[in-house]
Design a protein around this ligand. Structure first.
Ligand SMILES: NC(=O)c1ccc[n+]([C@@H]2O[C@H](COP(=O)([O-])OP(=O)(O)OC[C@H]3O[C@@H](n4cnc5c(N)ncnc54)[C@H](O)[C@@H]3O)[C@@H](O)[C@H]2O)c1
Length: 326
């Protein structure tokens, strides 16, 4: 009999790609999403239950009824700048929401969880970041994820919950089959914005800060293809199903690209120059974030397969061309 995974936030960008990977691997997928930032038409792999993780009673009732073998928890707000302006909104949704989910798991007797954490929990680190790098977030978004990690560990110790915490770096690219992709409004992410620069003659791509202490003065990030992330989540579910102990893994490529390099790479893929301007820094942005993902390789056997910048940008470009015609 197939196992069931409840996917909170499965109507969003990373969650929908993971739902596809889970379904392909034979899991029965049930998405739980309030559609605040997700999309009904991206829930293609299993049932959608429209619900809020802040609705404790309905969430608990849903877990009791669905009786999933595991929960994959993506539902959250995830924009650094917004978290600086609206911290309460972030603590409420991300921290209270995750606490509600853990409480519901305890009541329903669900003992396995994969959690979307983030490189934003590390803060400023110019070295290759390992899982042992101290976590000193510099924005409320990163703080909320750090608090959630601690809560998951504490609940795990007190109750029978094993977890895999995945700290991903910059999720990027879109499903190579074009079945799901990235759709945010407003869009804060750098790749969709650079692509918009190449697609829309009236839009200028703002590079947020040109005076960082990096080789070309712009921020350096580790871009990881969302389908490679989905593969890692599938492996994390299998690891827990086989009895694996609670663990935390970075998911990245070990290589950084600057925003200027990214804009040039988008220009190459698009065959058109991305119009760009250096604007002010955005508060809350560390200069460099690059992962060591050696642990995920050693324990989960995971390696990025399509996270070269060209594949990331080609798959994203194809998706945004189709979105423009939607
Ligand atoms: N995108 C990245 O680069 C990145 C990097 C690191 C970590 N993450 C984490 O991955 C997860 C998914 O990110 P994403 O980029 O796919 O974001 P997203 O906004 O596309 O998806 C989040 C989904 O959660 C849903 N949601 C939000 N609040 C909810 C609530 N209270 N109840 C029910 N559903 C709710 C939204 O409707 C949306 O479908 C988040 O937890 C985020 O913090 C993302």
């Amino acid at each position: 009999m197939s196992k069931t995974v409840l996917v909170t936030g499965g109507a969003g960008y990373v969650g929908s790609h993971c739902a596809k990977a889970f379904a392909k691997a034979g899991w029965t997928v049930v998405t739980y999403d309030n559609l605040s930032r997700g999309h009904r038409d991206l829930v293609k792999w299993g049932e959608l239950i429209e619900g809020d993780i802040l609705d404790r009673a309905f969430l608990t009732e849903t877990l009791k009824r669905v009786q999933p073998d595991a929960v994959a928890h993506f539902a959250a707000f995830a924009y650094v700048a917004e978290s600086m302006a609206e911290p309460a909104m972030y603590y409420r949704n991300n921290v209270t929401g995750t606490m509600n989910l853990l409480d519901a798991m305890v009541v329903a007797g669900v003992g396995q969880m994969v959690f979307s954490s983030s490189c934003a929990t590390y803060g400023v680190s110019n070295e290759l970041i390992t899982e042992d790098t101290p976590q000193n977030p510099i924005n409320p978004y990163g703080e909320t994820k750090k608090v959630c990690e601690q809560m998951i560990r504490d609940y795990g110790a007190a109750h029978d919950i094993r977890s895999v915490i995945l700290r991903y770096f910059n999720a990027a690219g879109c499903d190579p089959d074009g079945e799901t992709g990235e759709r945010h409004d407003p869009e804060p992410h750098v790749i969709p914005l650079a692509i918009r620069g190449a697609m829309d003659g009236t839009f200028t791509f703002n590079i947020l800060g040109g005076d960082y202490d990096t080789p070309d003065g712009t921020c350096v990030r580790d871009y990881i293809h969302v389908s490679d992330l989905a593969d890692a989540h599938g492996r994390a579910l299998d690891y827990l199903a086989k009895g694996g102990n609670s663990e935390v893994f970075n998911l990245g490529t070990g290589r950084g690209a600057s925003v200027l390099e990214l804009a040039d790479a988008v220009s190459r893929v698009a065959g058109k120059e991305v119009p760009r301007v250096i604007a002010d820094r955005r508060p809350g942005d560390p200069p460099i974030l690059v992962a060591s993902a050696d642990k995920a390789k050693a324990v989960l056997g995971w390696e990025p397969k399509i996270s070269d910048l060209n594949t990331i940008l080609t798959t994203a470009w194809a998706w945004f061309q189709r979105e423009a015609e939607r």
